[in-house]
Write a protein that binds this ligand. Structure first.
Ligand code: ZN
Length: 177
């Protein structure tokens, strides 16, 4: 069992208000090897808008049981080294196709709002990463780079709210102020 605690202070994804810890809950995830890991994540309530948010480590994608690295591989490679059956791989690839369209729009809006520089894409047009070429490199962990600013700006389309903290050291081209 791992406890997720971040050192950084992330504002409320809904209103940028101050978040206070009000409890915790269990959250499991599946590694690429198929091994399940149990986490205790924090439940935070915004002192301003009163909304509840859950803090996820940035190795996860909100509402997905498998770690981001596995989904990344499935999207990028024909035969990913991930312990997941064909139907799961198919589901991730279908999800990504639809989500990628939405995500690129979110990133454009965030770049505009916060004045991030936009670079020319260096990713080949056949790659599933091509729409994100101006935001991420071809190195691993690109999915987290895309997911984190979208979730933290409350643009993740789901019923419950989550945000991601940088528990695993990594750099993001996009980070909200
Ligand atoms: Zn709030």
């Amino acid at each position: 069992m791992f406890f997720v605690r971040s050192a950084e202070v992330i504002p409320c994804p809904s209103c940028l208000g101050h978040l206070g810890v009000v409890g915790s809950r269990r959250r499991g995830y599946v590694q690429g090897s198929g091994h399940s890991v149990k986490l205790i994540i924090r439940r935070l309530r915004c002192k301003d808008c009163k909304k509840i948010h859950h803090e996820l480590p940035n190795i996860l994608v909100p509402y997905k049981r498998h770690e981001a690295a596995s989904i990344e591989q499935a999207v990028k490679e024909v035969n990913p080294a991930v312990a997941a059956d064909e139907s799961t791989l198919y589901r991730w690839r279908s999800w990504f196709k639809v989500w990628a369209v939405y995500a690129t729009r979110c990133l454009s809006a965030l770049a505009h709002r916060y004045g991030f520089p936009v670079e020319e894409s260096s990713i080949p047009t056949q790659s599933p990463l091509q729409p994100f070429g101006q935001w991420v490199g071809q190195a691993d962990k690109w999915l987290g780079q895309i997911v984190r600013p979208i979730a933290n700006a409350n643009l993740w389309v789901q019923t419950r709210s989550a945000f991601l903290s940088a528990v695993v050291p990594s750099t993001f081209m996009l980070a909200l102020p």
